[in-house]
Design a binder for this molecule. Structure first.
Ligand code: ZN
Length: 174
């Protein structure tokens, strides 16, 4: 397939509901993960969203998103500048989306399409599962830290007020 054909093909349906992404979703489902797909309300409409794990997954086409060092990402010999610029723009957009999501407390997992081919599929699923679990752990511990910080703050405030009151009492007693 020439890059031009590949481009046409991907702009068509971005391999959305086809093979690789579907298989990843299915594998996650079988392992008990529940998710939503193509969530328009979040920046970049992530392909897979796991709310409980504060994780979003993007399945990226290697050519379209410029997978570094991947054999599926070779810059075409014709219209080279065009393709280089096009992929660079996509990458910038990806990074922007990433930043926005992280700012909202989501953790972003990128899965490249080449990582979903049969020979490495389960390796990739394992990697995604452990990242997703790790994200939940760190989300929960951050939440707990925030709770503790709030509690500390209230206790400090309370202690300060009590001190002030005691001081006032002392002054009054003089
Ligand atoms: Zn790749």
């Amino acid at each position: 397939m020439t890059p031009e054909q590949r481009f046409k093909c991907m702009s068509h349906n971005r391999a959305k509901d086809s093979g690789p992404e579907l298989r990843l979703r299915h594998a996650l489902w079988l392992r008990g993960f529940r998710y939503r797909i193509n969530v328009k309300a979040l920046p970049g409409s992530p392909d897979i969203v796991l709310p409980k794990y504060r994780s979003v997954i993007f399945v990226h086409g290697c050519f379209w998103h410029g997978h570094n060092g991947c054999k599926n990402y070779t810059v075409p010999k014709t219209n080279t500048d065009f393709w280089v610029a096009k992929v660079a723009r996509n990458r910038e957009r990806d990074q922007e989306v990433w930043r926005k999501l992280e700012a909202k407390g989501w953790r972003v997992i990128i899965v490249w399409e080449c990582q979903l081919k049969k020979s490495v599929f389960y390796e990739t699923v394992d990697r995604v599962v452990s990242e997703v679990r790790y994200n939940r752990e760190s989300y929960l511990s951050e939440k707990e830290n925030r709770r503790k910080a709030r509690l500390d703050y209230h206790l400090t405030q309370k202690a300060r007020k009590e001190k002030e009151l005691a001081l006032k009492e002392e002054v009054r007693a003089l």
